[in-house]
Write a protein that binds this ligand. Structure first.
Ligand SMILES: [Zn+2]
Length: 415
């Protein structure tokens, strides 16, 4: 299968993009293709990469808002999640994938229950996903052992298409035993898999860690050998200078979640400048739909830029070009994927943005427009892994996905 995107704007020039199988083979090529996509009046950008999600939490969108993190988790989210089945997760993830595709995201890093349901949803949606085998043992040794066994089994037994990468998802230092964290590190080193983690999201997490271990979270993780280049940490808002240095030295990747951080009022802003100077790769995540409440990465790029400016009182902080790279190439780097840029030889994850929209007119600076005035609604066409999965704003079967999700939610809350 080959696709030719004709007369499309790429880096300010009108050109064509030729895709063969799942790879970009020619920029400016007019090779014959099985399928032609009309790119007139559209700009091609790399598919966005969302590096922190809990995709099936789309089912809880708008269900328990405006609460404190611990109360929100313990009294609302965890009890509801305890009732979820693999089928619920399948449809919740399908809904998430649909929303992501429609808003220009072609890959996401997902920590959620019922891995098999999520894998099938990603396969059926045509999107790319790094899907985690999750563990939360709440320091129960028996549970911890059971979950390590289950994770090992899932990593070995779950078979998926090439768009799916399996990874480990130990939840956080306040929910997972030290032994399990060390196990995750050993497993990750041995099999070269990513580890996805929540880190230093709240002041309480830092205080509790200091009380229990005498160290701040990153120092504690360093002391048990958990840090490394395969580790992608979400949030990371409460870091001191030494922790930032440790993260840079060990190659840890950060997933910044500006919208969720503001909504849950975590109390600090990520120090992007310091992380950047320490050499840390900082990408963007939406977090789950119960704490955002959308998966639209355009919104996250804008919020990331605005949050840096307001928090540090400096409008030169996080300019549009860097926010855009956080949403695209830095995300691909964090997930070790050959996407995030439109270049020959890269995987073909390409989004066409409709330029004939009032919010994108006139056309002074496309990157500024994408970060500060676009929304997911500007996305016209999406190609993932060389397949056209949305054209003219339409995804095949989108009504069914929304209907099924409604049905699942009705059933879930009456159980
Ligand atoms: Zn999260």
């Amino acid at each position: 299968m080959s696709v030719l995107i004709k007369d499309v704007l790429l880096d300010g020039e009108e050109t064509s993009i030729y895709v063969e199988e799942n790879t970009i083979r020619g920029i400016g090529s007019d090779a014959e293709a099985d399928r032609t996509v009309d790119g007139r009046g559209k700009a091609a950008i790399p598919g966005m990469v969302n590096t922190h999600t809990h995709a099936a939490m789309t089912l809880f969108r708008g269900y328990a808002d405006d609460l404190r993190l611990q109360e929100w988790l313990q009294e609302h989210i965890w009890p509801a999640e305890a009732k979820l089945t693999e089928e619920d997760v399948y449809w919740g993830t399908r809904l998430a994938c649909l929303e992501m595709v429609k808003t220009g995201t072609t890959c996401f890093n997902d920590m959620y229950w019922h891995l098999k349901g999520a894998v099938k949803a990603v396969e059926d949606s045509g999107i790319r996903g790094v899907l985690n085998s999750v563990f939360i043992d709440k320091f129960n040794k028996e549970d911890a052992k059971k979950q390590r066994k289950q994770a090992e089994k899932e990593m070995k037994d779950v078979k998926a298409c090439s768009r799916v990468t399996l990874a480990l998802g130990p939840h956080a230092i306040y929910t997972v035993t030290e032994e399990s964290l060390q196990w995750a590190r050993e497993y990750s080193d041995k099999h070269d898999v990513l580890v996805h983690f929540h880190l230093s999201e709240t002041a309480k997490e830092v205080e509790d860690c200091k009380e229990e271990t005498g160290m701040r979270p990153v120092e504690y993780l360093d002391s048990i050998g958990f840090l490394g280049p395969n580790l992608v940490c979400a949030h990371c808002v409460w870091l001191d200078d030494r922790e930032i240095r440790l993260m840079g030295e060990s190659g840890v990747k950060v997933s910044h979640c500006p919208t969720s951080n503001m909504k849950l009022s975590v109390g600090e802003a990520l120090d992007y400048e310091k992380l950047k100077h320490a050499g840390v790769c900082v990408s963007l995540g939406t977090d789950g739909c119960a704490s955002n409440n959308t998966l639209d990465m355009f919104e996250s790029m804008k919020n990331a830029a605005l949050l840096q400016k307001i928090w540090y009182g400096d409008p030169t902080r996080l300019p549009a070009g860097e926010a855009f790279r956080m949403g695209t190439s830095e995300g691909a780097k964090a997930l070790k994927l050959d996407t995030g840029a439109i270049e020959e030889g890269r995987l073909a994850d390409i989004v066409l943005v409709d330029l004939k929209r009032p919010e994108l007119t006139p056309h002074h600076n496309l990157v500024s427009d994408l970060v500060y005035s676009a929304s997911g609604g500007c996305v016209d066409t999406v190609i993932c892994d060389g397949e056209v999965i949305m054209e003219n704003g339409r995804v095949d079967g989108e009504e069914e996905v929304m209907e099924k999700a409604e049905e699942i939610v009705g059933d879930l809350f009456s159980r």
